[in-house]
Design a protein around this ligand. Structure first.
Ligand code: TRP
Length: 343
C-alpha cells in the first residue's frame, strides 16, 4: 500500500520559544512546505500533561503559531492549527491507549526524566503522552515527521502502534477493503547533522525554557539589543578559537557558539573555524551577534507584531483546524468502523 507523502510535526506551547526550537525544529519545517503536504500543529493538549496556567497557555499557543508564520511557513500552503480544535486527535488517542501496552509507555526515557522519582504522582496524561503523539501523526496518515533526536523514541513508538493496530485489526481492515495496511509506518526526517543548541551559560546543558536564567537562552521574542547582549555575555573559556574543529573537543562553550554560528549561516563548524580559527572572542562574538541579529531580529519583530493581533492569529488557527479536521474525520470514519463502533 502506498501512502501520499505527508509531513506532520508539532511543538508544545509551554513557555518561551528559544533559539534551540528555531534551529532544531521550526527552521527545518519551512522548506518542506514546497515539496510536501505539511501540517504544523501547536500541541496544546500535550502541554497540559503538566500544569499550565490557562492564560499562559493561550498566550503560548499563539506564540508558537506566530513563530511558525514569522519563520516563513505560509498558512495557506501548510496547515497551521492548534491540536485541541480537532477532537479527532483525542478520539484516536483513546483507541491507541487500548492498542499500546503500559510497558511501552513506562520505557519512554522522556517520561522517566519528567516523572523522576515521582512517577506515581504525575498525571495519567503524561504517561499516555506518546499515544496522543501517535494519534497526531496517524490521524493524518503522515508518512514523514521532522523530529529532533529527543523525539526519536516517541516516533519509534508511533511505528509500533501503527503496526500493532494494522495487525490486531487486519481482518476487519481487509473485510472493509481498506487495504493491507491501514496506517503507514512513519519515517523520521532528520535533516543533516543535528545541532544541539546548548545554554549560553553552561555548554554542557541544553538550551532550555525551564532554565531559571534568562541569560542562558536567546528567546525568539528578544529584540536585537537583547540578542547581542546575551551573546557578548555568553560564558567562554579564555583561549582563542582553535585552529581546527578537533580543537573544539573538550571546550563545550566554544563548540556551542561555533555551532550556533554554523547553523545560522547554513555552513559547517569546519567552515567557521577556517574563517575564525586562532581569533579571540573579541572578534568572534561581535560577528556571531551580528549574524544572529540579522537572522532573528526581523523574525522577532514580526512575532511581536503578530502576537498582539490575536484576531488574525486566531483566524489562521481556525482555518487550519477546519482543513485538518476534514482529513482527520475521514480517517476516523474508517477507524470507528474497523474497531466495531456503531454509528
Ligand atoms: N513531543 C513533541 C515534543 O515535545 C511534540 C509533538 C507532539 C510532536 N506531537 C507531535 C512532534 C507529533 C512531532 C509529531 O517536541
Amino acid at each position: 500500500m502506498t501512502f501520499t507523502p505527508r509531513v506532520f510535526s508539532g511543538i508544545q506551547p509551554s513557555g518561551d520559544l528559544h533559539l534551540g526550537n528555531y534551529l532544531g525544529a521550526i527552521r527545518r519545517f519551512v522548506p518542506l512546505q514546497d515539496t510536501h503536504d505539511c501540517i504544523y500543529c501547536v500541541v496544546d493538549m500535550h502541554a497540559i500533561t503538566v500544569w499550565q496556567d490557562p492564560d499562559d497557555l493561550r498566550r503560548a499557543t499563539r506564540e508558537v503559531a506566530t513563530a511558525y508564520i514569522a519563520a516563513g511557513i505560509d498558512p495557506k500552503k501548510a496547515i497551521v492549527f492548534n491540536q485541541s480544535q480537532v477532537m479527532q486527535h483525542a478520539e484516536l488517542a483513546w483507541v491507541f491507549n487500548c492498542v499500546a501496552r503500559i510497558g511501552w509507555m513506562n520505557r519512554m526515557t522522556q517520561f522517566k526524566d519528567k516523572a523522576g522519582k515521582n512517577s506515581e504522582n504525575v498525571s495519567l496524561g503524561l504517561l499516555a503522552y506518546p499515544s496522543l503523539m501517535a494519534a497526531d501523526i496517524l490521524v493524518y496518515k503522515a508518512t514523514h515527521v521532522p523530529v529532533g533526536d529527543d523525539q526519536k523514541q516517541h516516533l519509534e513508538l508511533t511505528r509500533d502502534i501503527a503496526a500493532k493496530f494494522n495487525n490486531d485489526y487486519a481482518k476487519s481492515i481487509a473485510d472493509r477493503g481498506l487495504g493491507e495496511d491501514f496506517f503507514p509506518i512513519t519515517e523520521p526526517l532528520i535533516a543533516g547533522p543535528a545541532t544541539r543548541i546548548m545554554s549560553l551559560r553552561d555548554g554542557t546543558k541544553k538550551m532550555s525554557k525551564s532554565d531559571p536564567s534568562d541569560q542562558s537562552r536567546i528567546s525568539l521574542l528578544d529584540d536585537a539589543d537583547a540578542i547581542a547582549r546575551k551573546i557578548k555575555k555568553a560564558t567562554t573559556d579564555p583561549a582563542p578559537l582553535p585552529e581546527t574543529v578537533e580543537g573544539l573537543l573538550g571546550r563545550p562553550e566554544a563548540d556551542n557558539l561555533v555551532g550556533i554560528y554554523a547553523a545560522l549561516s547554513d555552513t559547517s563548524k569546519a567552515q567557521v573555524i577556517a574563517e575564525f580559527g586562532g581569533k579571540g572572542w573579541g572578534i568572534f562574538k561581535p560577528a556571531l551577534a551580528e549574524r544572529a541579529v540579522a537572522q532573528l531580529g526581523p523574525m522577532g519583530d514580526e512575532m511581536r507584531r503578530l502576537i498582539e493581533d490575536t484576531t488574525t492569529i486566531d483566524a489562521i488557527l481556525h482555518d487550519g483546524a477546519e482543513r485538518a479536521r476534514a482529513i482527520a474525520e475521514a480517517t476516523m470514519v474508517d477507524v470507528r468502523s474497523i474497531v466495531g463502533f456503531i454509528r
